[in-house]
Design a protein around this ligand. Structure first.
Ligand SMILES: [Ca+2]
Length: 512
């Protein structure tokens, strides 16, 4: 439902008229019939986050390449956001923003090389102080040990897919099997073994589907007989964009290596896993070498290999989300638990010929975000307001009844989730990416996105501006920054960009 239409609809219900505090008429009447006891109880929160899972690979977002029935279940029983964005599209920085509710220049973690300062204020610490039991299980990636958690059990660094080591409260232990299953086993065990009656906040962070996209052996046959559709921009030559897009190093054609493409086996397999791996990839690799494709045919082959492995990793995530949702139903936790599913950022699935993330362009900027909470969220609702990873900490504090500290920079999504977006909700978002020079060679840039336009400034190494009209050019193929008819739009967007940099206290990067 489009924003205007939905608002008009809600006005006819009288929902938008009185919106200060408490639950909306919509949530009381249409969603749940919440009891007085439920209204007093603070919900549990399970925050599931994957690594590099693009919205284009979820069927609730209209995927053309795969089906995700269990993720779709969260969407159909809750809300999915079509315009949730990341403020700095790379792994560790996004996680630090989510923990702190602050932009990278303030939480200090501007790129993957920085160690997170765990002494600072975070959402989990505030929830813990407010009486929540807090835990993180899975990928952490912030170098310092987790703080603010009653229980933590994390992958070291990026972690590995097969037979991973986990660090449980400082103790390293190796676990046989596949990482997505193992992390879910730990989550289920933690939920089952909990004692006491505190509400809980659980961060459940998968490694999958991060590069090098290594599937569970049981999924190696999935998609093998299919030819997956290619994105329309697979052979984009970046002619309509600037130097930053032309000078990156993240193409399927040139950047992918033999490990990415499974032309050599991954590290750390047991003999049994290696035998399964060889049985699957051996004949495929032999056929590839005999066919010896070249040029565009070779890119097409790489795309198919890449996507099938990526989607196999997601199939495992989807299966395991199903296990968790089933447990919440069986245990009676489902009704009083907010379940969130998102990825730390988006990803290129062959779009513009790329993999990886980093750029402020749509595919990496957009985060999938699904939220289910039967007591307050209308099933199957869709929202296109601008939401940010910057809002998550504030949202969870809101559910816990804890006011967000004034120095947090996002805003609670709870009223948006209740179907009553505040009238003064943001109409633009600010982005700033820093990791350069570095792997993939994406130049530093900041920018502003509205519902209609995106203005980007690549200010480091080069000094180039790009403007895209997302209404007429959703794939961002034509930089129209210098076209005279957009001069007024440029002027307004620069003023907005400047305003946002001031609002968020960002003095890093070049002045506008
Ligand atoms: Ca990531």
């Amino acid at each position: 439902m489009k924003r205007q239409t939905r608002r008009e609809f809600l006005r006819t219900l009288g929902v938008l008229a009185g919106s200060a505090g408490g639950l909306s008429i919509l949530s009381h009447n249409a969603c749940a019939g919440q009891t007085a006891a439920e209204a007093k109880a603070r919900p549990n929160i399970i925050f599931i986050m994957t690594d590099d899972h693009a919205a284009q690979a979820m069927s609730c977002y209209g995927s053309k390449v795969n089906k995700t029935p269990n993720l779709d279940r969260i969407a159909s029983e809750g809300m999915h956001f079509t315009n949730c964005f990341c403020t700095n599209s790379i792994c560790a920085p996004s996680r630090a923003v989510i923990l702190t509710g602050k932009y990278s220049h303030l939480n200090g973690l501007i790129d993957n090389n920085v160690r997170f300062d765990g002494s600072q204020q975070t959402g989990p610490k505030l929830l813990q102080q407010a009486g929540y039991e807090t835990a993180i299980i899975g990928k952490w990636h912030l170098q310092s040990d987790p703080t603010g958690f009653d229980y933590w059990n994390i992958l070291p660094g990026q972690g590995v897919y097969y037979n991973p080591v986990l660090i449980e409260m400082g103790q390293r232990k190796k676990h046989p099997g596949y990482v997505t299953d193992i992390l879910t086993d730990h989550v289920l065990a933690w939920l089952k073994e909990r004692k006491g009656d505190k509400p809980f906040y659980l961060m459940f962070h998968h490694k999958a589907p991060h590069r090098e996209w290594e599937p569970d052996p049981k999924h190696l046959a999935l998609y093998e007989d299919q030819e997956l559709p290619e994105p329309a921009t697979l052979f984009d030559d970046q002619a309509g964009r600037g130097r930053a897009a032309k000078e990156q190093d993240m193409t399927i054609a040139k950047t992918m290596n033999d490990k990415d493409l499974k032309l050599v086996p991954p590290d750390g397999l047991t003999p049994e896993q290696k035998a399964e791996w060889d049985a699957a990839y051996g004949p495929r690799n032999k056929a590839f070498k005999e066919a010896n494709p070249q040029g565009k045919d070779l890119v097409r082959w790489k795309y198919q290999r890449y996507m099938k492995d990526y989607l196999r990793c997601i199939a495992s995530v989807d299966d395991n989300v199903g296990r968790l949702l089933d447990y919440l139903d069986e245990s009676g936790l489902a009704r009083n638990t907010v379940v969130v599913y998102c990825s730390d950022q988006g990803f290129y699935l062959g779009d513009h010929g790329w993999f990886d993330k980093r750029f402020m362009y749509e595919e990496s900027l957009r985060m999938p975000l699904l939220v289910r909470y039967p007591q307050e969220i209308r099933p199957g609702s869709v929202n296109d307001d601008i939401a940010l990873n910057l809002d998550f900490a504030e949202t969870f504090l809101d559910y816990a009844g804890v006011p967000a500290p004034a120095d947090m920079q996002g805003r609670s999504l709870r009223p948006v989730l209740q179907g009553r977006t505040p009238q003064d909700w943001r109409t633009s978002m600010y982005y700033h990416y820093y990791e350069y020079p570095a792997v993939h060679s994406v130049k530093r840039h900041y920018g502003v996105r509205t519902q209609r336009y995106k203005l980007i400034h690549f200010y480091h190494d080069i000094d180039e501006w790009e403007l895209y009209d997302l209404k007429t050019d959703p794939d961002e193929m034509h930089n129209i920054y210098s076209e005279p008819q957009y001069a007024d739009a440029v002027k307004e967007l620069k003023a907005e960009l400047s305003r946002l940099r001031t609002q968020y206290h960002d003095t890093t990067g070049a002045p506008i």
